[in-house]
Design a protein around this ligand. Structure first.
Ligand code: MRU
Length: 344
């Protein structure tokens, strides 16, 4: 078994004064970081998907709050915390579905409400802690998930739930990384239309880690399953309701339905920060709708008879999920066993 190497490309780098964000819109052709020094910039980076993936946007937002505190807390002319709370509202409005964003902002708000003596140092320290804890959670998830899929002949993943989408290492890709170190040698990735996270990010990220992956068109998934090449689908999550219903990248639900037909199992790998205990089931999860132009070819811009419906997440009912893997442990068959063992 070889040790995992530190991925050379990281989605987020904290310098102490600024947040460097890898612009994921440009991958894989161009590796370019943008330097953010205020919360407004970080909110814009999340909204425009320079940084994406549920845990990564939560971490970015936490750093955004730290930057806001640094910017405003020496402003004696007003109550500086009003400005910080306004920035928190802007960060919260950047994307609606991934609960990690709101989880991280709630932690930062609770810290501010406790009125720390040195708010700059305290908020920076908490943002760094959220980042480091996520990396540790990813490694634990990777090992626990690999225990379950051990011996799988092939695995299919969807979207990008890798180092690029997290603090580092990844959730679904953390499981795949760990499983590959133990002998898994067939990894498939769906291209993930329309934003192509699978084609542009996942196969590229795995290649940086010397893991060979085979890209498929999303529409080839049924045929791949029919061929018998995969026995597990491993995905991340943007929000898991208290009953285990799971919101993830659009197309995950389709894969879950196909998996049932073909006797393939579905694993959801996510940190506890992705579980929304306030939602009884997936019916309450807000599904982000993005602009039609992410889907429509430019040539249709002036065509009033052509439109696009572009929901970017869907909800997979818990009955279709074989395992939910978190850093606190695993729930097999969550529709039967419930999620209680993951609660504190
Ligand atoms: O729109 P994106 O790219 O932010 O969507 C990302 C996903 O759906 C991921 O699968 C999810 O956030 C888990 S990332 C560990």
């Amino acid at each position: 078994m070889t040790e995992p190497k530190q991925l050379a490309v990281q989605a987020l780098q904290w310098t102490g004064d600024s947040l460097k964000v890898l612009d994921q819109r440009l991958l894989p052709e161009t590796i370019a970081y943008e330097d953010y020094r205020d919360a407004l910039g970080v909110a814009e980076a999340i909204k425009t998907m320079r940084v994406r993936g549920a845990p990564a946007i939560g971490i970015a937002a936490a750093y955004g709050v730290a930057l806001s505190v640094k910017q405003h807390c020496h402003d004696r002319s007003v109550n500086w915390s009003d400005k910080v709370f306004a920035d928190i509202e802007r960060l919260a409005a950047s994307r609606p579905t991934a609960v990690n964003l709101f989880w991280a902002l709630d932690r930062m708000k609770a810290l501010l409400n406790s009125q720390p003596e040195d708010p700059v140092a305290a908020t920076q320290a908490l943002a760094v802690e959220i980042h480091q804890d996520d990396i540790a959670a990813n490694h634990r998830i990777g090992e626990l998930g690999a225990d379950i899929i051990g011996g799988a002949k092939g695995v299919l993943t969807h979207c990008n739930a890798g180092a690029l989408a997290t603090g580092g290492y990844g959730t679904a890709l953390g499981v795949i990384r760990s499983a590959c170190r133990r002998g898994l040698n067939k990894v498939f990735a769906g291209e993930t239309r329309p934003w192509l996270q699978g084609a542009r990010l996942t196969v590229w990220e795995l290649a940086q880690d010397d893991i060979a992956a085979t890209l498929i068109a999303d529409s080839a998934a049924a045929w791949l399953m029919k061929s018998g090449a995969v026995d597990w689908i491993v995905v991340g999550a943007d929000r898991i309701a208290a009953n285990g219903d799971t919101a993830n990248k659009i197309g995950t639900y389709s894969l879950a339905v196909l998996a049932k037909q073909h006797g393939v199992k579905l694993m959801v790998a996510a940190p506890l920060s992705t579980i929304d205990w306030n939602l009884a089931d997936g019916g309450g999860i807000e599904i982000e709708q993005r602009e039609p132009n992410e889907l429509l070819p430019d040539s249709y811009n002036q065509e009033s008879l052509v439109s696009a419906w572009n929901p970017v997440f869907d909800v997979t009912p818990v009955e279709l999920i074989s395992a939910i893997v978190t850093e606190r442990g695993v729930v097999l068959n969550p529709s039967e066993n419930g999620m209680g063992s993951l609660k504190l």
